[in-house]
Write a protein that binds this ligand. Structure first.
Ligand code: ADP
Ligand code: MG
Length: 339
């Protein structure tokens, strides 16, 4: 491309410069969240940000690609929400308080209506968590959205994947399998006349609620923590590897939403969605048994269901057990883009 074109390039794979500026301006105005630690936000060559004393900066990035991470026909307002939600979910998993976000936006054309709707979804969640959009990049190409989230933890207090110990209980927040059920509805692999269930399950897919408050509350309580984005089996597997331990999970304890129960899928499908489905954005964490009462109190205070689903054990295996303690074979692993 460089050799073929002798005309000076207007902008690095960008949109026409004026429309790009207009779009950025719309985005900046629609998502404005005032924060005193933003010394210089959108508008200069880079943002200037102030990290609080005796804290560490926690940074995560997630890309959403149309047709891969969300169905092509997803509403732009939901894309805006979800793109920030998945990143705040990573903040939650670290026990970090989110503060800032940057956004790399690539889209086929400079569509102001799309930007406005996207910004509305993004801003709604950003305001809930006082997250300021402080910069980014805007280019033309197939629709792809990358958000980087930035948050803080007091020094040395981040909750890692490597902190699970033999004897810890394994907990999950919320319910599992809803994201996979939502996707099955979109793809018409699942059909039901239960309109309330459809609404709930679609919302779980399109507008996941990151467990930010829970993540912060678990600092000093959880040994290890991860967010469930690729299915419990795979994500808990990361914790087990990082910690050098195994776990036994009791299948009948995995929390199921009323909506998912109501659509009436068979046990094998339910198990596959709960263990191997993606997009639940719940937290899975481990904690010593002595913290059980504290964890119950956190669940009540935050109004987030927290379920004890099993135990960390010696070894390196993830064992699934039925309610009599007998091992059960697993039907399928979690989502892997390169598998
Ligand atoms: P430069 O060419 O110097 O990189 P840009 O024109 O890309 O500048 O960006 C101008 C300003 O707008 C910068 O502050 C940048 O961070 C911000 N910006 C660009 N795109 C986005 C976006 N998608 N979201 C948020 N801020 C953006
Ligand atoms: Mg730039």
């Amino acid at each position: 491309l460089l050799l073929a074109s002798r005309a000076p390039r207007r902008h690095h794979q960008g949109m026409a410069k004026h429309s790009e500026f207009r779009l950025i301006d719309r985005l900046a105005r629609a998502t404005r969240v005032p924060r005193r630690d933003v010394v210089h936000g959108i508008g200069d060559d880079a943002a200037v940000l102030r990290v609080p004393a005796r804290h560490e900066l926690v940074v995560s990035m997630d890309t959403l690609i149309s047709g891969v991470h969300f169905p092509e026909n997803t509403a732009p307002v939901d894309i805006g929400w979800k793109t920030l939600a998945v990143n705040l979910s990573d903040m939650a998993a670290m026990g970090a308080t989110p503060a800032w976000a940057t956004l790399a936006l690539t889209m086929p054309r400079g569509d102001a209506r799309w930007i406005d709707a996207f910004a509305r979804g993004f801003a709604r969640l950003a305001r809930q968590h006082n997250v300021a959009l402080v910069g980014g990049d805007t280019t033309r190409g197939a629709l792809s959205i990358t958000v980087q989230a930035h948050g803080f933890v007091p020094q040395g207090r981040a909750v890692l994947r490597s902190g699970a110990r033999v004897g810890h209980r394994v907990y999950v927040s919320g319910t599992l399998g809803d994201g996979a059920a939502g996707l099955a509805l979109v793809q018409k692999r699942l059909r039901t006349r239960n309109a309330a269930a459809v609404k709930f399950l679609r919302a779980r897919l399109d507008r996941p609620v990151p467990r930010v408050g829970l993540g912060v509350a678990l600092r000093g309580i959880a040994g290890a923590c991860i967010d469930v984005s690729d299915g419990l089996a795979q994500d808990l597997g990361h914790v087990l590897r990082a910690s050098g331990v195994g776990a036994a999970i009791e299948l009948s304890r995995l929390p199921v939403s009323r909506a998912l129960r109501a659509v009436g899928v068979d046990d094998a499908t339910l198990q596959r969605w709960q263990l191997g489905g993606g997009d639940d954005y719940e937290l899975c964490f481990t904690a010593a048994p002595k913290h059980a009462a504290t964890i119950a109190a956190i669940a009540t205070r935050l109004r987030v269901p927290i379920t004890d689903v099993g135990r960390i054990e010696r070894g390196d295996a993830l064992e699934l057990r039925d309610n009599t303690g007998r091992p059960v074979a697993r039907s399928r692993a979690g989502h892997d883009h390169f598998a």
